[in-house]
Ligand binder design. Structure first.
Ligand SMILES: O=P(O)(O)OC[C@H]1O[C@H](OP(=O)(O)OP(=O)(O)O)[C@H](O)[C@@H]1O
Ligand SMILES: Nc1ncnc2[nH]cnc12
Length: 172
């Protein structure tokens, strides 16, 4: 890619809580044509293959949609508590600045499917680990994690091992 991706990430100190350096990807998405190219780059980064793309609410829906479209794969939405109807798999988790509950519908992920889990930012890895638990509860397997930006200093890759993690950008 020709543009300097890193300079298109804005960092806001002490947001949403003191001590957090918030990585804002809005300028990336605001660059015409770039979202599609980010989706294509992630979609082709998993040679082990995947049959389903699962994206995490809310910011993960943006890049997850781009990846699913680029890959020609179905998109599953993992949503926060209270947003999905019907029987659900559910798990609680902690993230860099709080805690939440993530859910997927029982029928959303076919048993045995290989799933690529996509989100915008990887911080502590709590969110992606929670998404992986939901995939496993559904009887499927996570074949990879794809993110736009990994805050490397928080060490999430070790937490998510041995499943491969691909990030297009890193921050410290
Ligand atoms: O690696 P972690 O420490 O788990 O943090 C990463 C998660 O935090 C953000 O989501 P957030 O829950 O703030 O929700 P949003 O997408 O609705 O803004 C981000 O979009 C990731 O999903
Ligand atoms: N530092 C951070 N910036 C943006 N999104 C995040 N999600 C969790 N930590 C984050």
């Amino acid at each position: 890619m020709n543009i300097d991706l890193k300079s298109a990430v804005r960092v806001y100190p002490d947001f949403p809580t003191p001590g957090i350096a918030f990585q804002d990807l809005a300028p990336l998405y605001g660059t015409p044509g770039l979202l599609g190219r980010l989706g294509e780059a992630l979609a082709r980064s998993f040679p082990q293959g995947y049959e389903v793309v699962l994206a995490v609410e809310a910011r993960g829906f943006v890049i997850g949609t781009a990846v699913a479209m680029a890959a020609g794969r179905p998109l599953v939405l993992a949503r926060k508590q209270g947003k999905l109807p019907g029987p659900l798999h559910r798990t609680e988790y902690a993230l860099e600045y709080g805690s939440a509950v993530l859910t997927i519908q029982h029928a959303a992920v076919p048993p045995g499917a290989k799933v690529l889990v996509v989100d915008d930012v990887l911080a502590t890895g709590g969110t992606l680990a929670a998404a992986a638990r939901l995939v496993e509860e559904a009887g499927a397997a996570v074949s990879g994690f794809g993110v736009v930006l990994d805050i490397e200093a928080l060490g999430a890759r070790a937490r998510l091992a041995p499943v491969p993690v691909v990030s297009l950008l890193t921050a410290s």
